[in-house]
Design a protein around this ligand. Structure first.
Ligand code: BTN
Length: 263
């Protein structure tokens, strides 16, 4: 599979009217693109793609499986958010929606956002997003791992029932350059509109939600809370309807699973 080519990525972005909006870099291997993208970062939007990561990480310190070199996309976008800090949690939602929009161009897949930061195809995860914020540096890093061209054997056995790739779902090899540019295109557009307001983004998040209307469980320090995922709040928080009838807003740091999900 062809290695990612930064010049080609720039060309594709220019064709979408985004020449020079991102400083695009590629590297063979890093520990984690979320850290490496910050090296000498001065505020100009930057993207770092890596073919492999030796210590890719997910939320809550979980390891992230980047897959065989050349198969998937692992990249991090560093930026000074165009939003006051109290709205930075929007970045997670905006990134999830950007991936969801990009994946909609690959029929027959029907991507859904598993609040707040995973993308699922049917009931298997195809993308995870890790937002890390550095308010004192006025900087946020959005790390994205998307399973693209991996086969079932490429996944470790423990992930085979819960993760999938675009190739497995579409039965075709997918052009990583085009998909990466599509995600960046939608991300750029959504970042711009999120600074103006969140109502239309929230509506699109609702339309593409895996959880809304379904029984879920939230894993909290005090124990497990069960309820129905009823709605999204004005900043994208998940409104849980508890068996008592009360509602509880969950913030993006919380972990939520479908109640019938195995893991
Ligand atoms: C999750 O599902 O918990 C989030 C996974 C995020 C993985 C991506 S891959 C690129 C970037 N670098 C990392 O170390 N993590 C993110």
């Amino acid at each position: 599979m062809a290695e990612l080519d930064a010049a080609y990525l720039r060309e594709l972005l220019a064709l979408r009217g985004l020449a020079d909006s991102w400083d695009i870099r590629t590297v063979e291997e890093v520990e984690s693109t979320n850290d490496a993208v910050l090296l000498d970062f001065q505020g100009a939007p930057r993207v770092l793609f890596a073919e492999s990561q030796s210590r890719g990480r997910g939320r809550r310190g979980a390891p992230w499986f980047t897959g065989p070199a050349g198969a998937n996309l692992a990249f991090s976008c560093a930026l000074s958010p165009p939003l006051p800090i109290e709205h930075w949690s929007r970045l997670t939602h905006v990134a999830a929606l950007a991936v969801c929009r990009a994946l909609q161009a690959y029929p027959p897949v029907n991507p859904k956002i598993k609040w707040p930061n995973d993308i699922y195809l049917e009931l298997k995860k195809v993308c995870g997003i890790l937002l890390e914020s550095y308010p004192r540096r006025n900087c946020a890093v959005i790390g994205l791992g998307i399973n693209i061209n991996g086969t079932e054997e490429d996944f470790p056995p423990e992930l085979r029932d819960i993760a999938t790739s675009l190739r497995l779902e579409t039965k075709t090899l997918v052009n990583r350059h085009e998909l990466a540019c599509s995600v960046l295109f939608h991300l750029t557009e959504l970042l711009g509109s999120s600074a103006e307001g969140f109502a239309s983004i929230r509506e699109e998040l609702r339309e593409n939600s895996l959880l809304l209307g379904r029984p879920v469980r939230a894993v909290q320090a005090q124990g497990i809370l069960r309820g129905i995922a009823e709605d999204l709040g004005t900043e994208g928080e998940l409104i849980l309807r508890l068996p008592t009838g009360a509602t509880l807003p969950l913030i993006t740091a919380e972990e939520v699973r479908l109640d019938d999900e195995v893991k």
